[in-house]
Design a protein around this ligand. Structure first.
Ligand code: NAD
Length: 342
């Protein structure tokens, strides 16, 4: 475990998972945290005054060096990403995140960082293993032979390999987790980069408030996925960062549901039933994907275990509040949470 006085760098800290990680590090008593994101401060989802906040473009090597200088532990979460709609239409942009990881790894070596965490994705898995609508539980070895999600997934797979070789060749302590669909409060919920749970909550809220009891669903609705609640993600990141696990490992829930079942849950939370309009031309991703958690159970005796129903309820309530705040003309997300559990 890192000493509480070690300087910890979180990149992508203005985003969903990075912001939640900073909040959690603070709550656990870390005294020196550097938070970096390309976005201007007012667009960060969570920001804390007692943290060193930097707005830097980490595509640039000199900015990665500024960010890494003095940092003992580095959590590299910065990337250009979004839901299927975003990654299908921005493949080049997604691949350019390779610059961030390349320069961050080089900077970590240059400044002698002790540990380096990289957030990979289930999008690295071979597409041929995800053609069935009954979700395949993907084991870590299923990333090869490689046939990753075009653009975003290939960048993640390549960056995973770089982490491995920086460990082997330069002795950098790299740890890699493959996140499977993370959701929860403080996540992107509108604007085009949101993922399925947030998009569905928002659409259900919209339908309820407008009285137009219909919902548009991307794809046929029987695509299967698993969704990991943010608190499980943050706990898993911490456990993996401090573990001896050398190879990329799944970090995801193994509770697979269809998109229709996800909509059922959101409707149930809202207390309404909606007419479903399926858009078969919209991006829908692979047909079925689940996280095989054999390895994480073996190493950590743990796996993400928040039920989708419990996590979705909290997420729905949070988006509902944000939605109403936006309707009142206030900020779409609360940018500066009051000092929390510290
Ligand atoms: P996010 O979009 O909310 O956060 C990513 C942050 O990186 C953003 O705030 C963005 O501004 C920042 N960023 C992008 N380019 C940058 C640059 N050049 N310099 C500095 N900052 C830059 O996404 P998230 O959901 O918090 O994802 C965090 C990480 O987890 C990403 O690497 C993502 O690929 C990975 N991941 C997320 C999920 C998920 O379901 N959310 C699933 C798999 C993997």
């Amino acid at each position: 475990m890192a000493e509480k006085s070690t300087l910890v760098l979180v990149t992508g800290a203005g985003g969903f998972i990075g912001g939640s990680l900073v909040a959690s590090l603070r709550a656990r008593g870390h005294q020196r945290i550097r938070a970096v994101d390309i976005k201007p401060f007012e667009a960060w989802y969570q920001r804390f005054d007692d943290v060193e906040n930097l707005s830097l473009d980490l595509n640039l090597k000199e900015n990665c060096e500024r960010a890494a200088e003095g940092a003992g532990n580095i959590y590299n979460l910065a990337a250009n990403m979004g839901g299927m709609g975003f990654i299908e239409h921005n493949k080049a942009l997604c691949m350019l995140s390779v610059l961030i990881n390349t320069h961050m790894l080089q900077a970590a070596v240059k400044y002698g960082a002790r540990r380096f965490f990289y957030s990979s994705s289930a999008c690295v898995y071979n597409g041929d293993k995800q053609t069935s609508f009954e979700a395949t539980s993907l084991k870590e070895e299923d990333a090869y032979p490689a046939l990753a999600e075009d653009g975003y997934g290939w960048e993640k797979l390549f960056s995973e390999r770089m982490c491995r070789h920086f460990r082997e060749d330069y002795g950098l302590y790299t740890r890699v987790a493959r996140f499977h669909n993370v959701y929860g409060p403080w996540g992107t919920w509108y604007g085009g980069r949101e993922k399925a749970p947030a998009a569905i909550c928002r659409k259900v809220i919209e339908a309820k408030i407008s009285g137009k009891h219909e919902i548009g669903i991307w794809g046929p609705g029987n695509q299967e996925r698993s969704f990991m609640y943010i608190d499980d993600c943050i706990k898993g990141v911490d456990l993996i960062m401090n573990s001896g696990i050398l190879e990329p490992i799944n970090l995801g829930s193994s509770e697979a549901v269809t998109i229709n079942q996800l909509v059922d849950m959101a409707e149930d939370i809202a207390g309404i039933k909606l007419k479903r309009n399926y858009d078969l031309t919209a991006p829908k991703g692979v047909n079925g994907r689940n996280s095989d958690n054999t390895l994480i159970q073996k190493y950590l005796y743990w796996e993400p275990d928040t039920s989708l129903r419990a996590g979705l309820e909290k997420t729905y309530r949070w988006i509902h509040d944000q939605y109403l705040a936006r309707e009142r003309g206030e900020a779409g997300v609360v940018r500066e949470p009051v000092a929390d559990a510290r």
